[in-house]
Design a binder for this molecule. Structure first.
Ligand code: IMP
Ligand code: ZN
Length: 349
């Protein structure tokens, strides 16, 4: 008899074989390969520390953020950033993805000769290594685009926030398509970010905002939803507050759902009680994403299998959710059309 683990693995394998995966919410430094992280950490004498970071039990969001300190410490050289960006894209391709929208926070590491400019250049070089010029045109095995993140914990002045917007605008020709607001959800306030995000939106960049990741942020959630970003990440606590949830439903903003991330960080008690179920019941636009494959020990095909196991999604449901994810993505329209045709096969787009 098949165990539920076997059934889950078989579904994940079938998802990989369909090769229709689309992930629009994954942070590059949360998706580093085990081997790469250990190699880079060992070269800096931090191998043991890196090994100890592999999480074998759920942790809250704030302790997960601690992990990024070491990852950033060992991964922020131009060579490493380029390599990691390339490997992340290749790993998604091996997992059956045909489009990935990677996000990352531009970093300065003067002691290693890294500026925010050269960091972004290295990311785009890595994406180009994996996908070809500009991250590909929708016809290759995998196409990728990049979103630059504003880190709520570190980007604490208008100058730093604006620098990220400028960097994104300067690098559009190489495949930067949007801006993300992420990092410690308790740091900073929406008023600080809104003017810069508005400027980015006016200039044509897509905007994705982490929203409702922690409790007691209802006022901010309502501000964010009424500003209407193109996509929202998580919305765990948005669903738990009637006024916030009403606003979300009325807005029709697509939500990027990261099942394992939310269960791992204990925002959701279990997969079975994940707000995926409520959003799907209420026909809120949604997509399935990984957030941080390394931190949360997952893959996109596994997330789809979890949605199958706990919410009864079929392979055709997955195909349809992936088509929606392309529609919600920030990639240029001609590429979107090609990707949609590939996902839908013979079905009309
Ligand atoms: P990076 O931007 O490529 O360095 O990816 C890691 C960064 O993404 C972290 O330092 C956080 O700022 C952000 N991040 C990753 N996962 C989450 C999350 O679940 N919530 C909010 N921010 C996150
Ligand atoms: Zn995230």
């Amino acid at each position: 008899m098949l165990s539920s683990g076997d059934a889950c693995a078989r579904f994940a394998s079938a998802v990989r074989d369909m090769a229709v995966g689309v992930d629009v919410h994954c942070h590059i430094n949360g998706c580093v390969r085990d081997d790469t992280l250990l190699e880079l950490a060992s070269a800096r004498g931090l191998g043991e520390e890196a090994r100890a970071l592999v999480l074998d039990a759920p942790r809250d969001l704030m302790s997960c953020f601690e992990i990024f300190k070491l990852i950033h410490e060992v991964c922020t050289t131009r060579e490493a950033v380029r390599r990691i960006a390339r490997e992340v894209v290749m790993d998604f391709a091996a997992d059956g993805a045909l489009y990935v929208e990677l996000r990352t926070t531009p970093k300065n590491a003067p002691e290693r000769g890294v500026t925010k400019d050269s960091y972004v250049e290295a990311v785009l070089d890595g994406v180009e290594d994996a996908c070809g010029v500009g991250g590909g045109d929708g016809t290759g095995k995998i196409t990728a685009r990049v979103i630059l993140s504003i880190d709520r914990g570190r980007d604490d002045t208008a100058a730093k926030i604006n620098e990220t917007i400028e960097l994104a605008l300067r690098n559009r020709h190489r495949g930067v398509v949007g801006i993300d607001l992420s990092g410690d959800p308790k740091a900073g306030s929406w008023d600080m970010y809104e003017p810069a995000l508005q400027r980015a939106r006016d200039a044509g960049l897509g905007i994705a905002v982490h929203c409702g990741e922690v409790a007691n942020t209802e006022d901010e959630q309502r501000q964010i939803i009424s500003w209407a970003p193109d996509r929202l990440g998580h919305c765990v606590f948005t669903v738990r507050d009637a006024a916030c949830y009403d606003a979300l439903r009325a807005s029709h903003i697509p939500v990027e759902l990261c099942l394992t991330s939310n269960v791992f960080t204990k925002s959701n008690e279990s997969y079975a009680s994940h707000h995926f179920k409520i959003l799907r019941r209420d026909a809120v636009p949604l997509c399935i994403c990984t957030d941080d494959t390394w931190v949360f020990r997952t893959t996109l095909s596994r997330e789809c299998a979890i949605a199958h196991t706990h919410f009864g999604l079929s392979l055709e449901d997955i195909r349809s959710i992936m088509a929606d994810a392309v529609r919600f993505s920030f990639v240029e329209t001609p590429v979107k059309t090609k990707l949609l045709a590939r996902i839908q096969g013979d079905t009309a787009s």
